[in-house]
Design a protein around this ligand. Structure first.
Ligand code: AMP
Ligand code: GLY
Length: 421
């Protein structure tokens, strides 16, 4: 089979790395990819926003299955376009992806179908939102409805902060149209977990859970990032909780979307908080997580091509998805200055000196005119190590990270540390 992966981050390198291991694969393409995907696939210089260009390439190259990494092309309807052209694609339609692209839609769906989540109200006018916040205790969470590059949820510890957040979204329009509707939401507390599930619209098969580290610094200090590390499995979210979340959250969500005339096929990502009343939804995403995928796929024993094909062909119920008992920990090596401004073009050395059971997934990398692998983004690499347990996985990870080098890089040293305490 010829397989096509869309995207250019660490998630897409991890997907390409795993897909390339399948005996079913004849040719593997990634658009636009990075220096890491170029080692396991052929990169195509097509932007993820160029949907007709991607579909043309899929037809020209006789692609049998396309796998979508990021949310933006899903939000633009890439799955609808490919299906209309008779091309098999792993990822939900635009209407089904609204579970990620509109937090108001997701909330209304959860309320209607009694899926556990934070209580909230939706506002479209500044005066109503301000009134509500003034009469409400803090902490409270203010969220923009639409896609806001991970910055659209603001946990407000004071009323002033909440009033400011509402002003910023509804009046200053800092998120543009994504903030034209605002959710003001009850603040939940508890540990967070990302629970993803494969679904063909009927059968729901959870992946192993993973934790994500969003803050830039150790001990969750500093500003938010696109994700600085991940590990799987989290000890606090064992098989019984996965089972419970599947029955109370994932399956009801998939059924709800089907009943609303938006059947969902692909991978559904539930960002959960384990509250005293059990798991509750913080958000849904319509795709694989980044960097969760880099810590999850090294644990997958099954052939990923077979799994994704079963999803696309509506026969997920007929296959078994198998996972290793290993632990996996991944930390992201970032450019100096990230998540603020940073320089690129620094050579990356030592990539071939890591141990064989350690993966270096590329994110922001490229080759320069001399053929050297250089930095090309804020998050540059995700190093992922597996081990018989979390202690061993962490030891391998942090023993290998210093063998890779580029100017000024930083990374978190506390990924999965909480599992050892
Ligand atoms: P979201 O984009 O909705 O996943 O929110 C981003 C982050 O904000 C989450 O990972 C949580 O840490 C936090 N958050 C979102 N909603 C809530 C909530 N209702 N209560 C507490 N924290 C929240
Ligand atoms: N790791 C968070 C996300 O992929 O949205």
């Amino acid at each position: 089979m010829n397989i096509f992966v869309i995207g250019s981050g660490g998630r897409e390198h991890a997907l390409a790395w795993k897909l390339a291991q399948s005996p079913k694969v004849k040719k593997l393409f990634v658009a636009p990819g990075n220096a890491g995907t170029a080692a396991v696939a052929t990169n195509l210089p097509i932007a993820v926003s160029d949907l007709p260009g991607l579909a043309d390439a899929a037809q020209r190259l006789a692609i049998d299955l396309t796998v979508v990494g990021p949310e933006a092309p899903l939000a633009e309807g890439i799955a609808d376009l490919f299906r209309a052209r008779g091309l098999a694609i792993f990822g939900p339609t635009k209407a089904a992806a609204e579970i990620e692209t509109s937090k108001v839609f997701a909330k209304d769906l959860m309320f209607k179908y009694a899926i556990p989540c934070a209580r909230s109200r939706t506002f479209t006018t500044l005066a109503d939102a301000l009134d509500y916040v003034k009469g409400h205790a803090v902490p409270i969470v203010v969220k923009a409805d639409g896609l806001a590059a991970g910055k659209g949820a603001i946990v407000c510890q004071t009323r002033e902060q909440a009033l400011q957040a509402v002003h910023d979204m509804l009046s200053n329009r800092v998120f543009g149209p994504a903030g034209d509707r605002v959710l003001v939401e009850e603040c939940l507390s508890g540990p967070e977990v990302s629970l993803l599930a494969f679904t063909d619209g009927r059968t729901v098969v959870p992946l192993v859970p993973a934790c994500d580290y969003k803050r830039v610094g150790d001990g969750d200090q500093g500003p938010n990032t696109g994700g600085m590390g991940s590990y799987s499995p989290p000890g606090f979210f064992g098989p019984e909780l996965v089972h419970r979340a599947r029955e109370t959250i994932l399956e009801p969500a998939v059924q709800a979307l089907a009943r609303e005339g938006r059947p969902y096929s692909g991978v559904l990502y539930a960002g959960l908080m384990l509250t005293r009343d059990g798991p509750k939804v913080l958000e849904f995403n319509a795709r694989f997580g980044d960097p969760e995928t880099q810590a999850i796929l090294p644990r997958l024993k099954s052939d990923l091509v077979e799994v994704l094909l079963a999803v696309v062909q509506g026969r997920l119920g007929d296959i078994k998805v198998e996972w290793s008992e290993d632990a996996c920990v991944a930390t992201v090596l970032s450019s100096a200055g990230y998540p603020g401004s940073y320089q690129t073009g620094f050579p990356i050395v030592g990539l071939d000196t890591v141990d064989r059971d350690v993966q270096v997934f590329h994110a922001g990398t490229a080759r320069n005119e001399r053929g050297e692998v250089v930095t090309a983004g804020g998050r540059v690499l995700a190093v992922a190590a597996t081990g018989a347990d979390m202690v061993q996985a962490r030891q391998r990870l942090y023993a290998n990270v210093p063998r890779v080098h580029f100017q000024g890089y930083h990374y978190r040293r506390d990924i999965a540390l909480r599992e050892l305490l």
